[in-house]
Structures are given as structure tokens and as C-alpha cells.
Design a protein around this ligand. Structure first.
Ligand code: ADP
Ligand code: MG
Ligand code: MG
Length: 902
């Protein structure tokens, strides 16, 4: 048996724990200890460590109890001494609460049991001692109910039923013709306790435990067990909390907010958790206990007068009624309020962060029961960080560290108008695939999105062909597919609202109708999507552009001041480029050229090029594509003037561009003056078993050099055209999918020859770079060789992940979710860069590339470039920049700064 300490005491301004012992004592326990140390009134108690929970899970109940018994008994003695009462005593009983508390606050864990230690004898003792029989029986009623629910597992019989105890209470209220719990008489309460106990015996087959020690051990074990309930495990998986952590148990002397009109309980925040405003706020209830405020048993009242007045306006309550029926604590108990106000300030000063507090007033005396750094919205997070910096509470680096990069996402997307939301009707729910709010008219085909100014594209699922329509639509809705479905990934990339996998939707493409339940919608009907919650609404809901506050700007400035890397964007259109630039992008890290070919007349010329019989036919089609492509680049280079733009040459398999439908094939036959059968045959010839590993990337440019020539001409031509207008373009030409030096070198030669020709023809020159994407493992392994030809590397970590794992990104949806659920993989490697495996290849390529070419420019352009933990990896690996979709630019800027500061 080892001698480790399993129980930590606190009380009377002393404590064995501290706030920095959260791993051992849990967040709640550590802060209860700390509050004692800073002189805040806290009921005495003790904390059983998280290590005991882990022990319990391995050695079982009996042995775990033996290991901690003496320390727990000593803990109870400690509390008895301070409270001058005795656990299990008839005359003067000590009652305690038993509270769970993990390292991080975790909804889904066990609910707290209050008033533990009560039985038929103790209730009389409490009644006599307090001179308040009603209070004694109210506490007893609450205890039997909570213990029954939480420890004895009293559950409703079916999901339609309500809690068995609630049902009994409702019955009693009806019988007596009352509405509120405060209207119960002593006799009512006695009756309720008896009925509750009978219900326990009936449902569990066991009598309610009378002995306080049995009650205590039962509750402690229930807290440990709650660590492994389904809902706790689900929450942990969702938030990546390790199962080994365990929970602590806090046992603490009760203080009573239910002693009458001079008592109460409440919750408070030292700043506004929604907006970040530096204003003390919160709610309380008179003659109430524990969760009554949160559970909404009665309308809670505001703590401050200012808050109360603001509330009355929103709730449509007159000043008269407010003052009479819902006075603030400030008005009702000015002395207690003053003390609370001093304590909240003291706690915020001490922790130097916004605090979320729980307090109870027992007969005019204030007690604090919990403090923690409060949860907050993205907007509040930014405002608090900047204001705390300006108030001199924290320094610049700390302000940068205070904001979770991913939370910025909330600030960047259009939002529904709050008032309009209230009227809206929810039709169904899918997955919150891409945040934001969108309203528009239903369209079922991507190529018809342009019919409406505001379109919502509804599809069973989407495919790459739908891209243009997706880009035009305000939002995307799919009946099938998960968080990594095509629709979801593309929408997130575009920063476009998307709800995916809404399984209740029935879409009939033929009839052009969508049905949900018994509601039917036609094309053109208005619906709204909330991509942050996955909800689909009937009708239109007004959206407003998010307002980017001055604080946001200040935060971004600080981020740039402290980060070593800079941030570029992945953008294929002038519009996206501009958006990204406004978000602070310092260039384009990936401009894909294939998307450009899908629009209007371009697709016809592109198809002609692909379907051409011979070189001559291809060149003729390319000649027509050249000016159109050059115009595209001019638009992008102009939007990105003075900043570098990495353009990737054609990458996808040609098969993706050709028509697969009869109508499209006929059209091409007409245009090219051949029979449909010829076209059909060509299309068939192009199809591949594994297109991702097939004829694509630089393999296209090396087999059809004329494509590379055309694209190079378009890029350099565009830069020269702009130069003549006094606009600076900095093109960087990127060869996709190289795996060997020879492959790269051949492309490089074509590109450089072409550039030399263009320079000669025009008499102009343009500064430029030629480099490659590193996305094939062989390229990473031979990076020293490839760097002989490439002036820059951009890590295409989407393909690199795909090829390193051997997972097809388009098919991974079938097994990845299961792999994550079973713990085979911790994260989706397409979302969070796999540092252990794929990361090694990146590190290797960086090292070998620099050996050959010390000044080689290094960046990443996979989706990982906007994911904070991956950005940190890129920083550590020594990349020069990360590139991500426009809406993730601020997130990446902040993550890059945090990586540098860490
Ligand atoms: P949660 O983690 O769900 O907030 P808590 O353990 O904080 O659960 O407790 C639930 C409620 O019971 C809170 O309102 C808390 O203030 C109250 N409470 C907990 N312990 C005591 C106590 N010893 N005396 C009075 N109220 C308590
Ligand atoms: Mg709490
Ligand atoms: Mg690729």
C-alpha cells in the first residue's frame, strides 16, 4: 500500500490544496481551496483526489474504500469541528453536499447531491435547532429526490414520462391547488418525503438508506461511476478529454439558501459572457437551493440594479412591477450585495480572468460555493482579452493567448437577426457542417443557382461538378453525407453555411420537391439554414453581417506582432482573394486553376481540348482558352497586387471535365463536328480505376506539355498586362504532384522556356518563382533532389495525408468515423495534421530541401493550414507561412502568434 495522500482539506481560510492543483483536485476542488486561501467565505469540506477515481476503476470499490476510509473519516471530523455539529447526530446533525469535479468542467458528469446526512431523526434535529420546521422538511424532500435520482438511479419509465419525483410533486400541487414549490406546507413536504421513499422501494426494490455513512459512500461511488456513463464518455470524445483523467469528489458542509426570505442562492459573472462587457451581472432567487436558479423553477431576479433594469426592458416588465415583484439583490439586500460585489472584484483580480461564481445566502450571511474562469462567446473572448490588456491586467502576449483561435470563426460569418429567429419554425436538424446563417430560395440543381439572387442549394449529396453553384448559393443543404462529405468540406473552404446529412429530408429531383415530415417545399420556396446548429427553418430569416469590432482589429495586430510565420490564403477568384486580403492574408498560397474551367464558355473550350483527336486540335482549343485564362489571372493578381500568388498548374484527372450526360455529349459532338459515339468513346477512354492515382498532376503536363505552355503564358501574360497598368504581380508557378526530380525538371524546363519566350516577345520581365507541391511521399523522401529544381515547396497535406495513410479522402467517410469512435485514430487526419506520421515526412522534406537550397521558401496549403494545432506544428517545423481558406485566415494568424509565444 502506498502512502499517497488521497484527501485534501479546506475550511476557515486554510487549505491543503491550491488553484494550480486542478489535475489532482479537479477544477472545483482546486478553486474551493484557493478561495479559502484568499479569504473568501467558503463552507468547509474536503476533496477526494482524481487519482482515487482511477484507483477505483482499476481495483474496484471495496479496496478503494479501504485505501481512503481513514482520510475521509478525518475529513468529516475536520468539517464537524469547524461547523460545531456532528455527522449522523440526532440533535445537531452536520449535513454535506457531495459534488463531482473533473479537471475541466464537464456537463454530463454526476449531478450534485445536497443535504446528505438527513434521515427521520436528523430532520427533527435540524427543525429544532433552526426553529424552522418547513426549512428542515424542504431540505429532506430535496435530499431524497436528489439522492434517488442521482445515486439510486430513479429514472422515468419511458422517454415520454417525466421524472417520477416530479410527477409526485405535480400531483401534490394539483391536489392542493398550488403552483410554486415555495407554497408547500410542512405537511405537504412530509407527505412528499414518504411518497418519494415509497417510490424508491417500489422501483429499486431497496429501502432508502437511513445511515448517513451509507449515504455518503453511496454518493462518493456514484460520482466515480458517473465518470464512465455514456453521456460523460460522449462529451469526452467530443472534446478530446482523456478517459484516464478521472473525477475528484468534493464533500462540503451545507449552507442553506432555503431558510426563508432572508436566504437565497444565485450565480454571477464578473463580466458579460455573451458580449464581454465589463459589467458585473447574474441572477438569484430568494428562499431557494442549489440549481433552482438554473433549472428555472421560478423567474430568477437580477443581482445588480442596472442588470435588473435592462432585464425589465427585454422582458417587457414595467419599472413599477420590476421594483415590486423582481427587485435586484442590490435593492433587496444592500449589505449582502456590497459584500458580493467586493468578492467578485477580488476573485477577478486574483485569477485575472472573468469568473463564473455560485453563491448562497444563509439567513443574511454570504457564502461562495464555486468560482471558475467563465465560458464565453467568441466575441466576448476577444473583447475581454483586449479590455483586460487595456486595463493593465494582462500583457500583450497574454491577451493573444487568451483567445481560442477556433472561436474566431463565430465572429466571421453572417448571423441571423436575434428577433427574427424567435418567429422562425425549425423543420429538421442535420449536421452543423459549416457555420453561419443563410436564407434563400430552394434550388435542386447547381447549374440553376444563378436563377435566384438568394439560393439555397438542396441536394441529396454534392459532387465536384456542383462547385460553381455551391459558390453562388447562399447556403448548402444535403440529405446525405457527414462532416467530411464533399458538401461539408467545400462549404467550409468557401466559408459558406452548410447543413449536411439531414436524414429526414426527402428530395425528389424529378418533381423538384423537398419533403420534411408532412411539409412539402417546391423550388423557389424560402428556407433558412443555421450552419452552426444544423437547423433548417421554414421561410426567410433576416441575417446581418457580423460586425468586426475594433477589438478584433487590435487582436489581429498583436497577433502579427508576435508571430514568426505569416499567413496566406487559398483562393481561386478575385472575390475570395479580396475577402482574404481584408482578413489580413499576405498572399495566395494556393490558387487552383481547374475551378476556372467550369464556368460558362470555358468548359466548352476545355472539353474540346481534352476530347481533341490530336495535338493540333488540342492546341487550337488551348489558343482559345489562353486569353480567358489570362483574364482570370489578371483579376486575381490585381486583387492581390504587391503580394505573392502561388498558381498551381492543372491538377485533376481530365475525366472530371468531360460531359457524362447524353445532352452534354451531343453538344460537344455538335461543336466538334463528330458523332456522339466518338465523344462517348473518348469519355470512356478517359475513365480510370483510381483517378486519384492516375493521369493527373504533373503527369498531365509532362504528357501534354502544351497545357503547361498555355497556363504559363496566361500567368506571365497576366502579370505583364498588369505591369503595364502599374500594378505589381508576383506569380509563383507551382507544379503539382511531383514524385521524382525528372518529373519536376521536365516541367520546370517547359515553364522557364515559355517564360523566356514571353519575355522576348513582350520585351518585359516579371519576377517569378518556379516550385512544387510536396504531396507524394516520394517527393518528401527525395526532397534534396527535387530542391535542385524547385525554388519553393508547398506542402499539399491533403494528398500527402491521403497517400501516407493510403486512405482515399472521398471514401474515408465509410470508416473514419468508426475509427475515431473506436479510438483507432484520435482525430480525422484530414482535419488535424497527423504529426507523428505525415508530420515526419514534412520535417524530412524541410530538412532535405534546405540542405540543397538554404533559402528555399516553405509553406503549407492543405486544409490543415487553418487548423490551430497543425499551424503550431508548421511553426515548430520552421515553415515560412501557412495558407488556408479566406475565412480561416484570422484563425491561422492567431494560431501562428500563439505558437511563437509558446
Ligand atoms: P455543478 O458542477 O453542476 O455546478 P455543483 O457541485 O456546483 O454542481 O452544485 C450544484 C448546485 O448546488 C450549485 O448551485 C451549488 O452552488 C450548490 N451547492 C453545492 N454544494 C453546496 C453546499 N455545500 N451548500 C449549498 N449549496 C451547495
Ligand atoms: Mg457548479
Ligand atoms: Mg493535391
Amino acid at each position: 500500500m502506498d502512502e499517497r495522500k488521497r484527501v485534501y482539506l479546506f475550511g476557515d481560510s486554510e487549505a491543503e490544496g491550491r488553484s494550480d492543483m486542478k489535475n489532482l483536485l479537479g477544477g472545483k476542488g482546486a478553486n474551493l481551496a484557493e478561495m479559502n486561501l484568499v479569504g473568501v467565505p467558503v463552507p468547509p469540506g474536503f476533496t477526494i483526489t482524481t487519482e482515487v477515481c482511477t484507483e477505483y476503476n482499476t481495483i474496484g470499490k471495496e479496496k478503494a474504500v479501504e485505501l481512503m476510509r481513514a482520510e475521509v473519516e478525518n475529513g468529516i471530523k475536520h468539517v464537524e469541528k469547524i461547523m460545531s455539529s456532528k455527522f449522523g447526530d440526532k440533535e445537531n446533525p452536520l449535513l454535506v453536499s457531495v459534488r463531482s469535479g473533473a479537471r475541466v468542467s464537464m456537463p454530463g458528469m454526476m449531478d450534485t447531491v445536497l443535504n446528505l446526512g438527513l434521515n427521520d431523526d436528523a430532520v427533527e434535529g435540524i427543525a429544532k435547532k433552526s426553529g424552522n420546521e418547513r426549512f428542515a422538511w424542504d431540505s429532506y424532500r430535496r435530499f431524497v429526490q436528489m439522492y434517488g435520482d442521482v445515486v439510486l438511479g430513479m429514472k422515468p419509465e419511458s422517454k415520454e414520462d417525466i421524472d417520477p419525483f416530479e410527477a409526485i410533486m405535480e400531483e401534490q400541487k394539483e391536489k392542493r391547488g398550488i403552483e410554486l414549490d415555495t407554497d408547500f406546507t410542512v405537511e405537504d413536504l412530509k407527505e412528499l418525503v414518504a411518497k418519494f421513499k415509497a417510490a424508491v422501494t417500489k422501483q429499486t426494490g431497496k429501502n432508502f438508506p437511513n445511515n448517513p455513512w451509507d449515504q455518503l459512500w453511496g454518493a462518493v461511488m456514484a460520482v466515480f461511476d458517473s465518470w464512465n456513463t455514456d453521456r460523460a464518455i460522449y462529451y469526452r470524445t467530443m472534446n478530446k478529454i482523456p478517459g484516464e483523467w478521472g473525477t475528484a469528489v468534493n464533500v462540503q458542509a451545507m449552507v442553506y439558501g432555503n431558510m426563508g426570505t432572508n436566504s437565497g442562492t444565485g450565480v454571477a459573472f464578473t463580466r458579460d459572457a455573451g458580449t464581454g462587457e465589463d459589467i458585473f451581472n447574474g441572477e438569484y432567487l430568494i428562499d431557494a437551493q442549489g440549481e433552482d436558479v438554473v433549472a428555472g423553477v421560478r423567474t430568477p431576479q437580477q443581482i445588480t440594479l442596472e442588470g435588473s433594469k435592462r432585464w425589465a426592458v427585454l422582458a417587457n416588465v414595467s419599472e413599477e412591477e420590476r421594483a415590486e415583484k423582481y427587485p435586484s439583490l442590490e435593492e433587496l439586500m444592500p449589505k449582502v450585495y456590497k459584500e458580493l460585489d467586493i468578492i467578485q472584484q477580488k476573485l477577478e483580480d486574483h485569477y485575472n480572468d472573468m469568473q463564473d461564481l455560485e453563491f448562497t445566502i444563509q439567513d443574511g450571511k454570504l457564502w461562495l460555493l464555486q468560482t471558475r474562469n467563465g465560458k464565453r462567446t467568441g466575441a466576448a473572448m476577444v473583447r475581454m482579452a483586449i479590455e483586460m490588456l487595456e486595463q493593465g491586467r494582462i500583457d500583450e502576449k497574454e491577451a493573444v493567448m487568451r483567445v481560442e483561435p477556433n472561436k474566431l470563426d463565430e465572429l466571421l460569418h453572417p448571423v441571423f437577426d436575434k428577433d427574427a429567429m424567435k418567429e422562425a419554425k425549425v423543420l429538421t436538424k442535420g449536421l452543423p457542417a459549416s457555420p453561419g446563417a443563410a436564407t434563400g430560395q430552394l434550388v435542386f440543381f447547381a447549374d440553376e443557382c444563378a436563377k435566384y439572387k438568394d439560393a439555397i442549394l438542396a441536394r441529396i449529396e454534392t459532387s465536384p461538378e456542383d462547385l460553381e453553384g455551391m459558390n453562388i448559393a447562399n447556403g448548402i443543404l444535403t440529405a446525405r453525407g457527414g462532416m467530411t462529405s464533399h458538401a461539408a468540406v467545400v462549404a467550409r473552404g468557401m466559408g459558406k453555411c452548410c447543413v449536411s446529412g439531414a436524414g429526414e429530408l426527402k428530395i425528389d429531383y424529378k418533381a423538384r420537391i423537398l419533403t420534411v415530415g408532412n411539409e412539402t417545399f417546391n423550388e423557389g420556396d424560402w428556407v433558412s439554414l443555421n450552419g452552426s446548429t444544423g437547423e433548417l427553418y421554414k421561410g426567410s430569416i433576416d441575417t446581418i453581417d457580423p460586425e468586426l469590432s475594433g477589438d478584433f482589429g487590435k487582436l489581429m495586430e498583436l497577433a502579427d506582432k508576435y508571430s514568426r510565420m505569416y499567413v496566406r490564403t487559398n483562393a481561386d477568384t478575385p472575390h475570395d482573394s479580396q475577402v482574404a486580403r481584408d482578413f489580413g492574408a499576405k498572399g495566395i498560397g494556393l490558387c487552383r486553376t481547374e475551378h476556372m474551367f467550369f464556368e460558362g464558355e470555358k468548359i466548352v473550350a476545355m472539353r474540346e481540348m481534352i476530347l481533341a483527336e490530336d495535338l493540333e486540335g488540342r492546341e487550337a482549343a488551348l489558343d482559345r482558352l489562353l486569353p480567358i485564362q489570362q483574364k482570370d489571372f489578371e483579376g486575381i493578381f490585381e486583387a492581390m497586387h504587391d503580394l505573392p500568388v502561388t498558381v498551381r498548374l492543372l491538377d485533376p484527372p481530365l475525366h472530371e471535365f468531360v460531359p457524362h450526360d447524353e445532352k452534354g455529349q451531343q453538344e460537344m459532338a455538335d461543336v466538334m463536328g463528330v458523332t456522339v459515339d466518338v465523344i462517348k468513346q473518348k469519355v470512356e477512354d478517359l475513365s480510370e480505376f483510381n483517378p486519384m492515382l492516375g493521369h493527373r498532376g504533373c503527369r498531365l503536363g509532362n504528357t501534354y506539355p502544351e497545357i503547361t505552355v498555355m497556363q504559363t503564358r496566361a500567368i506571365i501574360g497576366a502579370a505583364i498586362a498588369l505591369k503595364k497598368r502599374g500594378i505589381n504581380a508576383h506569380p509563383e508557378i507551382m507544379i503539382p504532384l511531383t514524385g521524382t526530380l525528372a518529373e519536376m525538371k521536365m516541367q520546370e524546363d517547359i515553364v522557364r522556356d515559355t517564360i523566356a519566350k514571353v519575355f522576348e516577345e513582350t520585351g518585359e520581365t516579371i519576377e517569378h518563382l518556379v516550385g512544387t507541391m510536396i504531396e507524394i511521399p516520394r517527393a518528401a523522401l527525395t526532397a534534396d533532389k527535387i530542391a535542385e529544381s524547385a525554388e519553393f515547396f508547398s506542402f499539399g497535406t491533403n494528398d500527402l495525408t491521403q497517400m501516407t495513410f493510403g486512405y482515399s479522402r472521398d471514401d474515408a467517410g465509410k470508416f473514419l468515423p468508426i475509427y475515431i469512435e473506436k479510438g483507432i485514430l484520435k482525430n480525422d487526419p484530414f482535419e488535424v495534421l497527423d504529426q507523428e506520421g505525415v508530420g515526419q515526412l514534412v520535417e524530412m522534406a524541410v530538412e532535405r530541401g534546405r540542405q540543397t537550397r538554404p533559402d528555399i521558401k516553405l509553406g503549407i496549403c492543405g486544409e490543415h493550414g487553418g487548423e490551430p494545432s497543425s499551424v503550431e506544428f508548421c511553426h515548430r517545423t520552421g515553415l515560412d507561412y501557412v495558407s488556408c481558406s479566406p475565412f480561416r485566415v484570422p484563425i491561422a494568424r492567431l494560431a501562428a502568434a500563439q505558437a511563437t509565444i509558446r
